[in-house]
Design a protein around this ligand. Structure first.
Ligand code: CP
Ligand code: NVA
Length: 323
């Protein structure tokens, strides 16, 4: 396959030719660029020589910057970059000058001089956008309060490996209207799936994001009824009820009380299509959002999903690092 220049997505984002190839949110891309990244991910997973050779990151360094904890994102980016011939350097807020108040702008201006790309997991989308404003190298969104696009690229890769093209299929999100759902909403129009969202009142996703996705052609239905949300779906997805950085909102007790009817258990999975799969970005709480019977059962694809973070990351990195 050939990697496109990304010019179409750049034009869509109003970014000048020659600007760094950032990976910020899925709705900023044309489908063709997203498909290029997924094809690269599959090629890496098959062990095939991808465009640019097997080690296209040789001599390059990726900075991983974390304002929140991580297991999968950190390890998959680090292992992926090393497998592509490159290196990583890791900065957590605690242990770097970010934790002592050095600004994101100044940190970025320094990192520009050392590294070839930056992955940023941040408490707020505003911080990601601040980094982008100062970055002269590609910036990859490693999760904000609004979105988690790298995760959804891996999720779509996983769905398609098991069930074929996602275009025209139905994905049901049941639970908290959080950042991971934000990226499922962003991806609905470019990937052409129907999205059914079941959330309790007060825990719905951002209405503006849904409006924008619908304006781009997405088929999205929002309901408060979990059984209606899951009905006939090809895939049921959920996530933690207690996302990192939700401390300012309802208490943990209030969240659990409101979301308990949205727990994905065997009875809810029985509402979905007979061969529906279950996805969860992890980490999971088997006492809350999903039963052990579902996440550890035959319809769960969560370990493939976690593995695919590695391959999807390599597709994204390859795209961002290519000229
Ligand atoms: N799914 C995911 O992003 O996991 P981590 O928080 O462990 O990176
Ligand atoms: N919604 C979760 C995702 C973790 C990968 C969180 O933000 O904590």
């Amino acid at each position: 396959m050939t990697v496109t220049s990304g010019a179409s997505s750049a034009a869509k984002r109003g970014i000048a030719a020659g600007a760094p190839k950032h990976f910020l949110d899925i709705d900023r891309f044309e489908s063709a660029d997203l498909r290029d990244m997924l094809e690269l991910a599959h090629a890496y997973k098959r062990g095939e020589a991808a465009p640019g050779g097997l080690r296209p990151a040789a001599g390059k360094t990726l900075a991983l910057v974390f304002e929140k904890p991580s297991t999968r994102t950190r390890v998959s980016f680090e292992v992926g970059m090393v497998q592509m011939g490159g290196h990583v350097t890791i900065l957590a807020s605690q242990g770097s000058q970010l934790g002592r108040g050095e600004t994101i702008a100044d940190t970025t201006r320094v990192l520009n001089r050392y590294v070839d790309a930056i992955m940023f997991r941040t408490l707020s989308e505003a911080s990601l956008l601040e980094m982008v404003q100062y970055a002269t190298v590609p910036v990859i969104n490693g999760l904000t309060d609004k979105s988690h696009p790298c995760q959804i690229m891996a999720d779509i890769m996983t769905f398609e490996e098991i069930k074929g093209p996602i275009n025209g299929r139905t994905i049901a999100w049941v639970g908290d209207g959080n950042n991971v759902l934000g990226s499922w909403i962003h991806a609905a129009a470019p990937f052409g799936y129907a999205l059914r969202i079941a959330c309790p009142a007060g825990y719905e996703p951002d209405g503006a994001a849904i409006d924008a996705a619908r304006a781009a052609g997405a088929d999205i239905i929002l309901t408060a009824d979990p059984a209606a949300g899951a009905a006939g779906a090809d895939c049921v997805v959920t996530d933690t009820w207690l996302s990192m950085g939700t401390d300012g909102g309802p208490s943990a007790e209030d969240r659990v009380a409101a979301l308990t009817p949205y727990r994905v258990d065997e009875a809810l999975m029985a509402r979905a299509a007979k061969d529906a799969i279950f996805l969860h970005c992890l980490p999971a709480n088997r006492a809350n959002e999903v039963s052990g019977g579902v996440i550890d059962g035959p319809r769960s694809a969560v370990w493939d999903e976690a593995e695919n973070r590695l391959h999807a990351q390599k597709g994204i990195l390859h795209w961002c690092l290519s000229a």
